[in-house]
Design a protein around this ligand. Structure first.
Ligand code: GDP
Length: 196
């Protein structure tokens, strides 16, 4: 159980506030409510490593968690809250851009999408940014337990085809924090990126 000793390290609101850029890390991103905190907690076998149901728009900080030594999991703020001020969105966008394009330790990004609402415009913007920065992406279609097998598989294929058509360096899988579907596959991708 490689991720079960993962611990909160620090929060950053600027590049300067981040741990030294010398290790390997995987970042987690997604729309607010996509199931990011639940997935992080499930992957790390912990109840409240990442806090669920945070106050909208008030968590514009990047949280770093230590897996071992200089290997990190990085929780990026959820996006898509309409009520966050424009100026704050722009500030956040700028930091996200700096992080995705400039962080050398960043080995890959886990992008979480609610399987019932995949590939929103903001997801598309993030995918484009990752492509620009040469950051590989692994998509978790979360809450897969909410759909029957047939529709879940159909959505998986649709999203795969869409990413492929856009020439993106991205893989996709089903995931459920509720029943653990896809947990091993997600951990295997992280193992790969963190060079375990
Ligand atoms: P975040 O805002 O992306 O961090 O999302 P959360 O992890 O806080 O989850 C948002 C809501 O979706 C919560 O009510 C969770 O209980 C629910 N949720 C998260 N993952 C799953 C899942 O795999 N299955 C189901 N059925 N609900 C989930």
């Amino acid at each position: 159980k490689r991720y079960q000793n993962t611990r909160f390290l620090t929060s950053a609101t600027s590049l300067r506030g981040m741990p030294p850029d010398i290790g390997r890390e995987a970042a987690f991103a997604g729309r607010s409510n996509a199931g990011k905190s639940s997935a992080l907690n499930r992957i790390c076998h912990q109840k409240s490593l990442a806090r669920t149901s945070k106050t909208p728009g008030r968590t514009q900080q990047i949280n770093f968690f230590t897996v071992t030594d200089d290997r990190y999991l990085v929780d990026l703020p959820g996006y898509g809250y309409a009520r966050v001020a424009k100026s704050q969105q722009q500030q956040w966008g700028a930091l996200l851009r700096q992080y995705l394009l400039g962080r050398r330790s960043l080995a890959g990004l886990i992008l979480l999408m609610d399987i019932r609402h995949p590939l929103t415009p903001l997801d598309g913007q993030l995918l484009d940014l990752c492509q620009e920065g040469g950051v590989p992406v692994h998509v978790l279609l979360t809450k897969a337990d909410k759909l029957k097998r047939g529709p879940a598989m159909a959505t998986l294929r649709t999203v795969e085809r869409q990413l492929d058509r856009e020439g993106l360096d991205a893989s996709v899988q089903l995931f459920s924090s509720l029943n653990g579907e896809g947990l091993e596959a997600a951990q295997a991708r992280l193992d790969d990126w963190l060079a375990f």
